[in-house]
Design a protein around this ligand. Structure first.
Ligand SMILES: [Zn+2]
Length: 202
């Protein structure tokens, strides 16, 4: 379900939110992305893009970024050069324990996703883009909610998107996340250090 919007509030950080990067998840992520309003952006720019339905390939699969939609994601990133990048996903509830499992590192080669609340999960974006395309100081996350979310999950997901839309710097963003989710931020820092070395948490 394609959707595209640019909110431009002049100088400041570039933000890019991309939803529905594989399979049918775009029909859920669009419900959140289309609710982001001009007034949610403090300054700088926010580009919102929701992709059409595509064959499902994990973004951890090396072939993903060679697929049509994978190339679309890469071209959006290289064109807009976001400092804040949010990949908006949804998951089938039966995969919750797999995504958050402490064994995810040995099974899937990436750290577990971290639950903020109400089934909303956060983690780094796919390591291949995190380390190859983004600068270390960029903020680069995967945000997940259950597909066809209930109102509580959707509200948490939207609140996180709005924090990214409103924050003017990495420092401000981290401060807000720390106030709301201190233990989750600690865990994210721990995983980032284990996985990426001395990377910032996202
Ligand atoms: Zn996904």
């Amino acid at each position: 379900m394609a959707y595209f919007k640019i909110i431009d509030k002049g100088n400041g950080v570039n933000r890019l939110f991309i939803g529905g990067v594989h399979g049918k998840e775009g029909s859920s992520t669009i419900e959140a992305l289309k609710q982001i309003r001009d007034e949610d952006v403090s300054q700088g720019k926010l580009v919102i893009h929701n992709c059409d339905e595509s064959p499902y390939l994990s973004t951890l699969d090396p072939l993903y970024y060679q697929s049509e939609v994978g190339k679309e994601v890469l071209s959006l990133i290289s064109y807009y050069k976001p400092t804040f990048y949010v990949e908006a996903h949804c998951y089938n509830k039966k995969n919750f324990s797999k995504l958050t499992s402490l064994h995810r590192m040995s099974k899937a080669g990436v750290p577990p996703l971290i639950e903020l609340e109400k089934g909303v999960l956060i983690g780094s974006a796919s390591p291949s883009i995190r380390t190859n395309i983004f600068r270390k100081e960029d903020v680069c996350i995967t945000l997940e909610m259950p597909c066809i979310p209930d109102q509580d999950s959707l509200n948490v997901y939207l609140d996180v998107l709005r924090i990214f839309a409103a924050s003017r710097s990495r420092e401000e963003l981290e401060k807000t996340i720390k106030e709301l989710y201190p233990s989750q931020l600690q865990t994210a820092i721990k995983y980032a250090k284990e996985f990426f070395g001395n990377y910032p948490p996202f």
